[in-house]
Design a protein around this ligand. Sequence first.
Ligand code: FES
Ligand SMILES: [Fe+2]
Length: 463
Amino acid sequence: MTADVTTGTATPRDTAPGPNSPKVQAKIPHPMREANFVPKERYYSRELHELEKEHLWSRVWQMAARLEEIPNAGDFVEYEVAGRSILIVRQRDGSVKALHNACRHRATELAKGSGRFPGGQLVCPFHGWRWNLDGSSSFVFMDSAFEPECLKKEDIRLRECRVEIWSGHVWINMDPEARPLREALSPVADMLDAVGVGNMRVKWWKQVILNANWKMAQEAFFEGYHTLQTHPQLMMGGGEEAGAMMSEAIEYTVFGNGHARFQGGAFENEGWTADADTFIESGRLLAQGQDAMTLDGDIRVFEGLRNRTDIDLSDFPAAAISALYEYAEGAGIPMAPLTDAMRLWGGDIFLFPNYLMLPMYGNALCYRSRPYQDDPEKCVFDVWSLTTYPEGQEPERAELLGVFDKDDTEHWGLIPRQDFSNIEGQQRGLHSQDFDGLRLSSKYEKSIANMHEEMDRVIASNM
Ligand code: FES
Ligand SMILES: [Fe+2]
């Protein structure tokens, strides 16, 4: 298949299409012109923000909820983006619908946040019109006072958005003509399936409001190049040399559809040489520093290995992974088969336009970024820690623990606080005199350009 970079509709499956045509560039304010440079205005321009609202958020598949946020019929959770509110509602038959959150009478929003519709009815707080969970009208108060043509069943039915489920996530798309979800998530959904993300469930979910554009916030997690300077504690005292080695070992790939990945080098020969102390300590820093990816339970399994004499511990990381699998099997925890796909452990998949998954040992850390209210310089940043529970022991309902200040040491570990602080600093720095734009490494930061280029194509193709 050839790439049609004019419309963005026929990007090939696995390869990124590269720079945009002059036609696309001409339609976009502050367009991407060079692969290694992002104009600063892309992070605060009101004009681009308006185009994103009109032609990006209304057209792309977005991760709107986790299925376990709405386990039972009548449960709902609201997804808000770019001034639009959508209710994700569990149906009686177990399926999910996404309903635009506006009364068909005089527009009142029907629900906020999350909860359960009692009796399976959505009730408007203004004049009490009611709907079934599927959006069909069930009651209009004093309906004889309306002209019949004002109350046509189809007109007063709640408006629906496209919904598809992948890997425990509910994805929505406001565009009725949108291509199927799996096509839009290609090829990265397959990569995540291979490491078992479909078996994972929410351990916790938190939010932070950041003083930064939504793109700026997510780009802080597109590369491992910042680790040495931002998260020195993760270098285990290895300093610059270790940082350089680590950076070299990471492989960065960009794909069509705006997606990207980074992961470790080839499984066989990457030379995992960490001894028990180093391996366990680095895991402990992740567990304590973010309570995600590596968890306390994993550390206990690793610790339990130290005194084992019946197995070969000369390659400690390999032994530790075997021990995790052995533990999971005994505990009834479904783990993905141990294959070369596990190179993604400790790596990162970006799913265009605004979702990231970082899988590790049957766990994952996930991030979602979107504009906050109508401000291009603020975003809502969601963070989930996922893990794989023994079958039948998954927690009942996942709920947002809260919106926590970026400096809140009780609710955010050291690692996210270090990242959040960079993000706001970048947004402030953008406005400094004579700063012109972001200078990207063609090796470590190409996924940033790839995302921006895809965004321009999507917007231009819908204008
Ligand atoms: S606005 Fe909803 S019933 Fe009147
Ligand atoms: Fe980081």
